[in-house]
Ligand binder design. Structure first.
Ligand code: DGY
Length: 320
Protein backbone atom coordinates (compact mmCIF):
# COMPACT_ATOMS: atom_id res chain seq x y z
CA UNK A 1 0.00 0.00 0.00
CA UNK A 2 1.21 3.50 -0.81
CA UNK A 3 0.57 6.82 0.93
CA UNK A 4 1.34 10.31 -0.27
CA UNK A 5 1.79 13.13 2.28
CA UNK A 6 1.30 16.72 1.09
CA UNK A 7 4.10 17.97 3.38
CA UNK A 8 6.85 16.40 5.48
CA UNK A 9 5.11 14.89 8.50
CA UNK A 10 6.53 14.39 12.01
CA UNK A 11 8.74 11.38 12.62
CA UNK A 12 6.39 9.38 14.87
CA UNK A 13 3.54 9.15 12.34
CA UNK A 14 5.96 8.34 9.56
CA UNK A 15 7.51 5.54 11.61
CA UNK A 16 4.06 4.02 12.32
CA UNK A 17 3.22 3.94 8.61
CA UNK A 18 6.57 2.44 7.66
CA UNK A 19 6.37 -0.18 10.41
CA UNK A 20 3.00 -1.21 8.98
CA UNK A 21 4.77 -1.92 5.67
CA UNK A 22 3.31 1.13 3.92
CA UNK A 23 5.39 2.96 1.31
CA UNK A 24 5.36 6.70 2.01
CA UNK A 25 6.17 9.44 -0.48
CA UNK A 26 6.32 13.01 0.86
CA UNK A 27 6.07 16.37 -0.86
CA UNK A 28 9.21 18.15 0.32
CA UNK A 29 9.30 21.23 -1.91
CA UNK A 30 8.77 24.58 -0.15
CA UNK A 31 5.93 25.57 -2.50
CA UNK A 32 2.31 24.55 -2.84
CA UNK A 33 1.54 21.79 -5.31
CA UNK A 34 -0.49 22.58 -8.38
CA UNK A 35 -3.79 20.81 -8.90
CA UNK A 36 -2.21 18.74 -11.69
CA UNK A 37 0.66 17.63 -9.44
CA UNK A 38 -1.76 16.73 -6.66
CA UNK A 39 -3.96 14.70 -9.01
CA UNK A 40 -0.91 12.86 -10.33
CA UNK A 41 0.24 12.00 -6.80
CA UNK A 42 -3.23 10.85 -5.78
CA UNK A 43 -3.40 8.60 -8.85
CA UNK A 44 -0.11 6.91 -7.92
CA UNK A 45 -1.14 6.20 -4.31
CA UNK A 46 -3.76 4.37 -2.24
CA UNK A 47 -4.21 7.03 0.44
CA UNK A 48 -3.56 10.72 0.95
CA UNK A 49 -2.26 12.13 4.22
CA UNK A 50 -3.22 15.78 3.91
CA UNK A 51 -0.89 17.96 5.97
CA UNK A 52 -1.89 21.27 4.38
CA UNK A 53 -2.00 22.76 0.94
CA UNK A 54 -4.64 23.53 -1.64
CA UNK A 55 -8.33 23.04 -0.98
CA UNK A 56 -9.63 19.50 -1.39
CA UNK A 57 -12.53 20.39 -3.65
CA UNK A 58 -14.74 18.37 -5.98
CA UNK A 59 -12.37 18.86 -8.94
CA UNK A 60 -9.63 17.08 -6.99
CA UNK A 61 -11.89 14.54 -5.32
CA UNK A 62 -13.22 13.38 -8.70
CA UNK A 63 -9.73 11.90 -9.25
CA UNK A 64 -9.58 10.33 -5.77
CA UNK A 65 -12.41 7.76 -5.90
CA UNK A 66 -9.85 4.96 -5.73
CA UNK A 67 -8.28 6.28 -2.47
CA UNK A 68 -8.98 4.19 0.62
CA UNK A 69 -8.86 7.32 2.78
CA UNK A 70 -7.90 10.98 2.94
CA UNK A 71 -6.42 11.38 6.41
CA UNK A 72 -6.22 15.01 7.54
CA UNK A 73 -3.42 16.11 9.84
CA UNK A 74 -5.75 18.62 11.52
CA UNK A 75 -8.87 18.77 13.58
CA UNK A 76 -10.47 21.29 11.19
CA UNK A 77 -11.91 19.98 7.94
CA UNK A 78 -13.24 23.19 6.40
CA UNK A 79 -10.61 22.70 3.68
CA UNK A 80 -12.48 19.68 2.33
CA UNK A 81 -15.69 19.54 0.31
CA UNK A 82 -17.18 16.96 2.65
CA UNK A 83 -20.40 16.65 0.66
CA UNK A 84 -18.48 15.77 -2.50
CA UNK A 85 -16.21 13.34 -0.63
CA UNK A 86 -19.21 11.56 0.88
CA UNK A 87 -21.03 11.39 -2.46
CA UNK A 88 -17.90 9.96 -4.08
CA UNK A 89 -17.49 7.42 -1.27
CA UNK A 90 -14.19 8.78 0.00
CA UNK A 91 -13.44 8.37 3.70
CA UNK A 92 -12.17 11.53 5.43
CA UNK A 93 -10.63 11.46 8.93
CA UNK A 94 -9.13 14.08 11.26
CA UNK A 95 -7.02 14.34 14.44
CA UNK A 96 -9.26 15.64 17.25
CA UNK A 97 -8.42 15.93 20.95
CA UNK A 98 -4.64 15.82 20.96
CA UNK A 99 -4.24 19.44 19.88
CA UNK A 100 -6.70 21.00 22.33
CA UNK A 101 -4.09 21.98 24.94
CA UNK A 102 -1.59 23.46 22.47
CA UNK A 103 -4.28 25.41 20.62
CA UNK A 104 -5.82 26.74 23.84
CA UNK A 105 -2.31 27.71 24.98
CA UNK A 106 -1.95 29.78 21.81
CA UNK A 107 -5.19 31.64 22.57
CA UNK A 108 -4.00 32.19 26.15
CA UNK A 109 -0.64 33.46 24.91
CA UNK A 110 -2.38 35.90 22.57
CA UNK A 111 -4.66 37.16 25.35
CA UNK A 112 -1.71 38.08 27.58
CA UNK A 113 0.39 39.37 24.71
CA UNK A 114 -2.36 41.78 23.69
CA UNK A 115 -3.24 42.78 27.27
CA UNK A 116 0.38 43.84 27.92
CA UNK A 117 1.15 45.00 24.34
CA UNK A 118 4.12 42.63 24.40
CA UNK A 119 4.80 42.41 20.65
CA UNK A 120 4.56 46.20 20.34
CA UNK A 121 7.15 46.73 23.10
CA UNK A 122 9.42 44.08 21.61
CA UNK A 123 9.30 45.82 18.22
CA UNK A 124 10.13 49.18 19.85
CA UNK A 125 13.16 47.74 21.64
CA UNK A 126 14.45 46.34 18.34
CA UNK A 127 14.17 49.87 16.91
CA UNK A 128 16.17 51.31 19.85
CA UNK A 129 13.07 52.93 21.36
CA UNK A 130 13.37 51.74 24.97
CA UNK A 131 12.91 55.38 25.98
CA UNK A 132 12.21 57.01 29.32
CA UNK A 133 9.83 54.94 31.42
CA UNK A 134 7.26 56.91 33.42
CA UNK A 135 4.46 55.50 35.64
CA UNK A 136 1.94 56.35 32.96
CA UNK A 137 3.89 54.85 30.05
CA UNK A 138 3.73 51.37 28.54
CA UNK A 139 0.44 50.55 30.23
CA UNK A 140 -1.50 47.44 29.42
CA UNK A 141 -4.58 46.06 31.18
CA UNK A 142 -5.16 43.39 33.85
CA UNK A 143 -6.86 40.10 33.05
CA UNK A 144 -7.48 38.99 36.66
CA UNK A 145 -11.16 38.62 37.53
CA UNK A 146 -12.41 39.77 34.13
CA UNK A 147 -15.06 38.03 32.03
CA UNK A 148 -13.96 35.53 29.41
CA UNK A 149 -16.48 34.88 26.66
CA UNK A 150 -15.99 31.67 24.73
CA UNK A 151 -17.64 31.22 21.38
CA UNK A 152 -17.62 27.45 20.92
CA UNK A 153 -17.14 25.65 24.25
CA UNK A 154 -15.90 22.34 22.86
CA UNK A 155 -12.56 20.65 23.53
CA UNK A 156 -10.30 23.63 22.82
CA UNK A 157 -12.66 26.26 24.27
CA UNK A 158 -12.97 24.25 27.49
CA UNK A 159 -9.19 24.08 27.95
CA UNK A 160 -8.93 27.84 27.35
CA UNK A 161 -11.67 28.39 29.95
CA UNK A 162 -9.93 26.09 32.48
CA UNK A 163 -6.62 27.87 31.99
CA UNK A 164 -8.19 31.31 32.39
CA UNK A 165 -10.19 30.30 35.44
CA UNK A 166 -7.20 28.70 37.17
CA UNK A 167 -4.72 31.45 36.34
CA UNK A 168 -6.89 34.57 36.57
CA UNK A 169 -10.12 33.57 38.31
CA UNK A 170 -11.98 34.80 35.25
CA UNK A 171 -15.76 34.60 35.07
CA UNK A 172 -16.66 32.27 32.17
CA UNK A 173 -19.59 32.85 29.84
CA UNK A 174 -20.10 30.93 26.61
CA UNK A 175 -22.28 30.76 23.56
CA UNK A 176 -22.93 27.38 21.88
CA UNK A 177 -25.85 26.19 19.80
CA UNK A 178 -26.53 23.66 22.55
CA UNK A 179 -26.00 24.00 26.26
CA UNK A 180 -22.91 22.21 27.64
CA UNK A 181 -24.05 21.35 31.15
CA UNK A 182 -20.97 19.28 32.04
CA UNK A 183 -18.72 22.24 31.22
CA UNK A 184 -21.04 24.60 33.07
CA UNK A 185 -20.59 22.48 36.18
CA UNK A 186 -16.84 22.04 35.82
CA UNK A 187 -16.12 25.67 34.97
CA UNK A 188 -19.01 27.43 36.66
CA UNK A 189 -19.69 28.73 33.16
CA UNK A 190 -22.84 30.52 32.11
CA UNK A 191 -24.64 29.92 28.78
CA UNK A 192 -25.53 33.22 27.11
CA UNK A 193 -26.91 34.42 23.78
CA UNK A 194 -24.55 35.64 21.07
CA UNK A 195 -25.50 39.26 21.79
CA UNK A 196 -24.89 38.79 25.52
CA UNK A 197 -21.52 37.24 24.73
CA UNK A 198 -20.61 40.31 22.68
CA UNK A 199 -21.87 42.77 25.27
CA UNK A 200 -20.42 41.16 28.41
CA UNK A 201 -17.01 39.74 27.39
CA UNK A 202 -13.80 41.51 28.42
CA UNK A 203 -11.93 38.88 26.43
CA UNK A 204 -13.88 37.12 23.67
CA UNK A 205 -12.15 34.00 22.40
CA UNK A 206 -13.32 32.12 19.30
CA UNK A 207 -13.06 28.30 19.34
CA UNK A 208 -15.58 27.13 16.81
CA UNK A 209 -15.11 25.59 13.37
CA UNK A 210 -15.58 27.48 10.12
CA UNK A 211 -18.97 26.66 8.59
CA UNK A 212 -21.43 28.66 6.47
CA UNK A 213 -23.12 29.67 9.76
CA UNK A 214 -19.92 30.89 11.45
CA UNK A 215 -18.37 32.56 8.38
CA UNK A 216 -17.65 36.26 9.14
CA UNK A 217 -19.86 36.09 12.22
CA UNK A 218 -17.52 38.68 13.74
CA UNK A 219 -18.29 41.60 11.50
CA UNK A 220 -19.12 45.29 11.77
CA UNK A 221 -22.42 44.64 13.56
CA UNK A 222 -20.84 42.21 16.04
CA UNK A 223 -17.82 44.40 16.86
CA UNK A 224 -20.18 47.37 17.39
CA UNK A 225 -21.84 45.46 20.26
CA UNK A 226 -18.59 44.70 22.08
CA UNK A 227 -17.07 46.73 24.93
CA UNK A 228 -14.58 49.44 23.93
CA UNK A 229 -12.19 47.72 26.37
CA UNK A 230 -12.68 44.24 24.86
CA UNK A 231 -9.96 41.98 23.48
CA UNK A 232 -10.95 39.73 20.55
CA UNK A 233 -9.02 36.45 20.18
CA UNK A 234 -9.27 34.09 17.21
CA UNK A 235 -7.20 30.90 17.23
CA UNK A 236 -9.81 28.96 15.22
CA UNK A 237 -10.21 30.04 11.58
CA UNK A 238 -9.59 33.43 9.96
CA UNK A 239 -12.80 33.17 7.95
CA UNK A 240 -14.81 33.57 11.17
CA UNK A 241 -14.00 37.28 11.36
CA UNK A 242 -14.17 39.96 8.70
CA UNK A 243 -10.69 41.48 8.67
CA UNK A 244 -11.73 44.85 7.21
CA UNK A 245 -14.38 45.22 9.90
CA UNK A 246 -11.89 44.17 12.58
CA UNK A 247 -9.41 46.83 11.44
CA UNK A 248 -12.17 49.47 11.49
CA UNK A 249 -13.35 48.36 14.96
CA UNK A 250 -9.81 48.74 16.33
CA UNK A 251 -9.14 52.03 14.55
CA UNK A 252 -12.36 53.60 15.83
CA UNK A 253 -11.94 52.26 19.38
CA UNK A 254 -15.02 50.03 19.19
CA UNK A 255 -12.83 47.31 20.71
CA UNK A 256 -9.44 47.64 22.42
CA UNK A 257 -7.31 44.83 21.04
CA UNK A 258 -7.08 41.64 19.04
CA UNK A 259 -4.95 38.51 19.06
CA UNK A 260 -5.04 36.39 15.93
CA UNK A 261 -3.45 33.02 15.26
CA UNK A 262 -5.52 32.81 12.10
CA UNK A 263 -6.07 35.48 9.49
CA UNK A 264 -8.22 36.03 6.46
CA UNK A 265 -6.52 35.41 4.08
CA UNK A 266 -3.47 33.38 5.17
CA UNK A 267 -0.72 34.36 4.91
CA UNK A 268 -1.48 37.89 6.10
CA UNK A 269 0.05 40.56 3.85
CA UNK A 270 3.04 42.24 5.60
CA UNK A 271 1.47 45.66 4.89
CA UNK A 272 -1.68 44.82 6.83
CA UNK A 273 -2.41 47.72 9.25
CA UNK A 274 -3.14 45.23 12.05
CA UNK A 275 0.60 44.52 12.25
CA UNK A 276 1.30 48.14 13.22
CA UNK A 277 -1.27 48.39 16.00
CA UNK A 278 0.07 48.36 19.60
CA UNK A 279 -2.83 46.27 20.92
CA UNK A 280 -2.74 43.64 18.19
CA UNK A 281 -0.72 40.41 18.13
CA UNK A 282 -0.64 38.14 15.09
CA UNK A 283 0.81 34.63 14.83
CA UNK A 284 1.16 32.50 11.67
CA UNK A 285 -1.42 29.78 12.51
CA UNK A 286 0.77 27.95 15.04
CA UNK A 287 -2.08 26.70 17.26
CA UNK A 288 -1.01 23.06 17.26
CA UNK A 289 2.64 23.64 16.36
CA UNK A 290 4.55 22.00 19.20
CA UNK A 291 6.83 18.99 18.81
CA UNK A 292 4.68 16.85 21.10
CA UNK A 293 1.34 17.84 19.60
CA UNK A 294 2.37 17.52 15.98
CA UNK A 295 3.88 14.09 16.71
CA UNK A 296 0.62 13.04 18.38
CA UNK A 297 -1.37 14.35 15.40
CA UNK A 298 0.84 12.45 12.97
CA UNK A 299 0.37 9.23 14.95
CA UNK A 300 -3.40 9.61 14.82
CA UNK A 301 -3.36 10.44 11.10
CA UNK A 302 -1.23 7.32 10.52
CA UNK A 303 -3.53 5.14 12.68
CA UNK A 304 -6.53 6.26 10.63
CA UNK A 305 -4.74 5.19 7.45
CA UNK A 306 -3.60 1.85 8.86
CA UNK A 307 -7.16 1.07 10.02
CA UNK A 308 -8.55 1.91 6.57
CA UNK A 309 -5.96 -0.32 4.86
CA UNK A 310 -6.78 -3.17 7.27
CA UNK A 311 -10.50 -2.81 6.60
CA UNK A 312 -11.12 -1.80 10.23
CA UNK A 313 -13.39 1.08 11.36
CA UNK A 314 -11.30 4.26 11.26
CA UNK A 315 -10.86 5.86 14.72
CA UNK A 316 -11.65 9.42 13.67
CA UNK A 317 -14.15 9.60 10.80
CA UNK A 318 -15.61 12.96 9.80
CA UNK A 319 -17.92 11.45 7.15
CA UNK A 320 -19.60 8.03 6.58
C1 DGY B 1 -6.30 22.28 12.93
O1 DGY B 1 -5.90 21.17 13.32
O2 DGY B 1 -7.40 22.44 12.43
C2 DGY B 1 -5.33 23.39 13.05
O3 DGY B 1 -5.93 24.63 12.95
C3 DGY B 1 -4.30 23.25 11.97
O4 DGY B 1 -4.91 23.53 10.75
Amino acid sequence: MKVFTTRIIPEEGLALLERAGITVTQWSEPREMSLEEMIAKCKENDALLFAGGRKIDRSLLEHCRHLKIISLLSVGYDNVDLKAATELGIQITNTPGVLSNATADTAFLLMLTVARKAFFHHKRIIKGEWGFSSPTANLGVDIEGKTLGIWGLGNIGSVMAQRCRAAFDMKIIYCNRHRNEAAEKALDAQWVSFDELLEQSDVLSVHTSLTPETKEKFNKAAFAKMKPSAIFINAARGGIHNETDLIAALETGQIWGAGLDVTNPEPMHPDNPLLQMPTVAVLPHIGSATVETRNAMSRIAAQNIIAAFEGQPVPNPVNH
